[in-house]
Design a protein around this ligand. Sequence first.
Ligand code: PRP
Length: 214
Amino acid sequence: MLVIALCKGRSLEPSLATLAQAGIRFKEDVANSRKLIFDSEDGRFRAVLVKPADVPTYVEYGAADVGIAGRDVVMESGADILQPLDLNFGHCKIAVAGPKGARSIDGTDHPTVRVATKYPRITLDYYNAHGIPVEIIPLSGSIELAPLMGLADRIVDVVETGRTLKENGLDVVAVIAQISARLLVNRASYQTKRQDVLGLAHALEKVVQCESST
Ligand code: PRP
């Protein structure tokens, strides 16, 4: 049996839809249950539901053989896992944003730019790569509020439609990375359950190819 870690929240439905197209269906209504463990109809797969940021952890430690999560959480985790497939949904970007009219990722009178984010690792790597001293203000949500309240000069956050930025008077000043959902694989499972892992990866790859050709 392969254990698949899935994200609770907005990417659960597209993840389940992609798995269903690959022939993996669950006995119960996964999206509308409070249960956290679900076995597939054929008994070959077990889905576990976790917070998005925890999917790479479950996969890295082998509590799950595979997972589906956005590239953003994989980048942020720094987990030592395989990412064999772009699942081509959940498209968005990680960007630096600031008050409307802001033009640069520093753009502050102070030598150190204060950046609010739920992605401290990505933010630090990005600012270090640009040689700009940064103070990370770690937040867990409503990141767009931070510049409005004088808590930060810039934010690093996910931008999907851009509506949250726009409605809070903020603009993208730089795109750090394009994001989409990825298939994640535990390194040991890739060896010990190779046939099952490759079978799943190939089935999902076919779904992705079909979707992108329609
Ligand atoms: C995410 C993200 C942005 C928003 C971007 O927040 O952190 O705030 O979605 O989407 P948009 O570009 O389509 O407006 P989420 O809804 O996950 O809530 P959060 O503020 O609790 O992180």
